[in-house]
Design a protein around this ligand. Structure first.
Ligand code: SAH
Length: 365
């Protein structure tokens, strides 16, 4: 069973996490669940029943699984725990339907997730790690470093729980909350397989976006997974020098290594890559930088997402002015680069990625 528990070395809190300690049934793939039942001397169809309880009906306890014999329910609850997240704080926007949730994990760590409603459907932004070790200068998630990677069940639960709390269906998932998905690769891919499994929630991979700061090995690997998710690369600068100022990871992987990985992703999956560009006043938002960005991306089938930076109190970065943002976009478009300015959802609760968790921990050291 141990290999299925996904308790990585950095998962300091495994011992205190009952879900990990016991056997994390919600993180098991359908095939792994089948093996569990066959090993128990049970019929294979039990896997289908339990998978549906966990991923379709989202049962929180084995006692809810009323079409299983009592003895089997008891035996399962002795071996396994069902990961459930407890909402500890919710911020509700006064302007739109956006909500920001803070969830407590079984080991006491907290993570944040966001619910957003668009005309094309409901979208959730989820975390892939508790904290982050990538060190991007403007990002609040990384200020205290990495605690641990999330299990597949903990990522699924963010989606399931928000869906349940809102009483509405999720149609899109973006891995743009705290954490670097490629730094928790195995768990993220397992999550992607589970959330797209037709026997469970069955989301379309095309409606899922994985955002990375640019770890080429992870990008090449993901391209081979036969999961046509959208890849988003956090670019934030048109050249290595400027990128290194904002993103320490750029010192390890230059654009010469990262961009070919994105090209390979497009070639393998046929999915247009998105480039994220957080606009920081006076740092990366001039027309010259827009021109350099257009030149860098020239000839690529891609899309640029311009994100006015969300200032965090620990750093001096300020968002670019309206005009600078509009000018930046115009330059890209004149150079035939598709660009959108990220619509600000829940602007009153828009506290940047990782800030809610941070303020919660400041209140309760
Ligand atoms: N580690 C992944 C996903 C994390 S966050 C990545 O780097 O892509 C998703 C996006 O939000 C990234 O592009 C990240 O750089 C950006 N981001 C983080 N904090 C921000 C802030 N305060 N303002 C604007 N964008 C921010």
């Amino acid at each position: 069973m141990d290999s299925l528990l996904q308790c990585s070395e950095e998962t300091k809190s495994c011992k205190e996490n009952p879900a990990v300690h016991k056997g994390d049934i919600k993180s098991l793939s359908f095939e792994e669940l089948e093996t569990v039942f066959l090993d128990m001397g049970e019929k294979g169809f039990r896997a289908r029943q339990v998978f549906s309880w966990l991923h379709e009906k989202q049962a929180a306890d084995f006692s809810e699984m009323t079409n299983l014999p009592l003895g089997l329910r008891e035996s399962l609850s002795r071996q396994f725990a069902i990961t459930v997240l407890e909402p500890v704080e919710v911020l509700v926007s006064r302007f739109d339907a956006t909500r920001k949730y803070l969830f407590r994990l079984a080991d006491g760590n907290v993570i944040e997730s966001v619910w957003m409603e668009y005309h094309h459907g409901n979208s959730v932004c989820i975390s892939s790690q508790v904290g982050c070790r990538m060190g991007c200068r403007f990002c609040a998630s990384t200020l205290d470093g990495l605690v641990r990677g999330l299990t597949p069940a903990e990522m699924l639960e963010q989606v399931y729980r928000m869906q349940k709390l809102m009483g509405k269906r999720v149609s899109n998932v973006v891995l743009m909350g705290s954490g670097e998905p490629m730094d928790n690769y195995e768990n993220v891919v397992k999550f992607l397989r589970l959330v797209t499994d037709k026997r469970g929630l069955g989301l379309s991979a095309r409606n899922i976006t994985v955002s990375t700061c640019g770890l080429p090995d992870g990008i090449y690997r993901l391209a081979e997974e036969k999961l046509p998710v959208t890849l988003a690369l956090s670019l934030h600068a048109p050249d290595d020098e400027k990128r290194q100022e904002l993103m320490p990871i750029a010192r390890k992987y230059s654009l010469k290594e990262v961009l070919p990985a994105c090209d390979a992703y497009f070639e393998k999956t046929g999915r247009r890559v998105s480039f994220e560009y957080s606009l920081v006043a006076g740092v990366n938002d001039t027309k010259e930088e827009a021109k350099a960005l257009a030149a860098l991306l020239k000839g690529r089938s891609c899309h640029v997402n311009l994100i006015p930076v969300n200032p965090i109190k620990e750093r001096k970065y300020a968002r670019s002015g309206r005009q600078a943002i509009a000018d930046f976009k115009n330059v890209l478009e004149k150079n035939e680069i598709n660009a959108t300015i990220r619509r600000e959802m829940g602007r009153d609760i828009s506290g940047a990625c990782g800030q809610l968790r941070r303020s919660y921990r400041e209140k309760r050291p």
